[in-house]
Design a protein around this ligand. Sequence first.
Ligand code: NAP
Ligand code: MG
Length: 473
Amino acid sequence: MSVGIAVAADPSVTRGAGGSHTVVNPATGRAIGEVPLADAAETDAAIARANEAFPAWKAVAPGERARLLRAFAAAVDAHIEELAQLEVANSGHTVGNARWEAGNVRDVLNYYSASPERMMGKQIPVPGGVDITFREPLGVVGVIVPWNFPMPIAGWGFGPALAAGNTVVLKPAELTPLTALRIAELAREAGLPESVFIVIPGKGSVVGQRFVDNPTVRKVCFTGSTEVGKQIMAGCARQVKPVTLELGGKNATIVFADTDLDKAAASAPYAVFDNAGQDCCARSRVLVQRSVYDEFLDKFAAAVRGVKVLDPASADAEMGPLISAGHRDSVARYLDGVEIATTGTAPDGADFAGGFWMPPSVVLPRSVTDAVWREEVFGPVVAMMPFEDEAEAIAMANDTEYGLSGSIFTSDVGRALRVARGVQSGNLSVNSHSSVRYWTPFGGYKQSGLGRELGPNATDAFTEEKNVFIATD
Ligand code: NAP
Ligand code: MG
């Protein structure tokens, strides 16, 4: 499963003044490459170049900008397998997931390639003249990406931002820079003008912090932890800089007794163990109506033991390793002193001895105050508790400062809608576990975030609305 890493940071962006990062394959723990990191001065220089490129990019005719985005999408499409293999090696994502993720970048670019030609304003009836509005790009947009989904989260930022006529500087997570660096090369090969899209590898406290502090960056689009998100928002407040925040989650699957229990139990493991639970939308709480609790637990535990935790490069793999040793340690702490109902498997061959593996497990908290029930674990641990009725299910699901996603399993359509309206989350799914579809808006209630990404209006978040009144009297 070794991959020759042919991706390096663009030397016009950084020669490594900010040091370098050794990229490690999480499945084996072995080093696979070295990426030079930018320092603050190199970051400012890249931001200045993106700013110089802005007026010309803004002036590109809408149809031509659309064509360039479609060419970018085609370039990504032609390199899906290469990008997927990079992500398997850098992030330990299963190859099936990694192919989907690269395809998602292509799809998001194609979807927003329709936007430049549809950036329509309004004509508003007013006395004494004509009133029209324009959607205008902001300038340089800074996108900050976490390590858990390096490709899709980058694309949800740069796709609509570029379509709206902004230039983009993007900071991948230090741990997972490889696919973003390659995607930036593909953008150039597809004909995007120089400096319209610049990927700057570096530390959050250095490169990310410059996106916040450098006034030339006109907006920050951040996905990551709630803790860092709050610092970004506070920093941006000093310049009244707009922010989009996609933060943590503590999402619930709610299983009612009237549902098809086999179906619900078979799907629930994948709603939390996909990407080894390192997913802001992971349904890490399962709420089950008391009358079917024991029956569901048996079926669910069997399904969890059946999750194929394998070499992520293998076509059969359903779950891979965690991102790092440190992260595995922090996830493992949630198992201390908690009743474990069942544990799945993890590979144990010599090849994987140095990797960051952890089998999936189902735990039964004693109380809703247990850390495993309250905190975002971000790993392959799911906690289960019973509820009595619809009202209690909604109250328990809402008993968290997060509000990102969730699933409801019931065969009663009225109940499905009542509960969907009652749960304070941005993205709910009935009798399924879908969260992120690029056609529909995505984002969080409460401390899960601010603003929405994706969907038909995503470009609005990367524009100012300008109002112009023309007197006719
Ligand atoms: P993180 O530690 O908050 O880091 C996210 C990004 O911010 C990284 O690129 C990081 O850089 C950078 N960063 C760190 N400190 C910074 C600072 N002071 N200024 C500017 N940037 C800074 O999050 P993570 O551990 O990578 O990712 C896991 C978290 O992301 C989870 O909480 C998860 O729920 C959340 N998430 C949310 C969504 C969503 O859509 N709601 C999606 C995915 C993940 P370095 O890592 O290089 O230091
Ligand atoms: Mg972090």
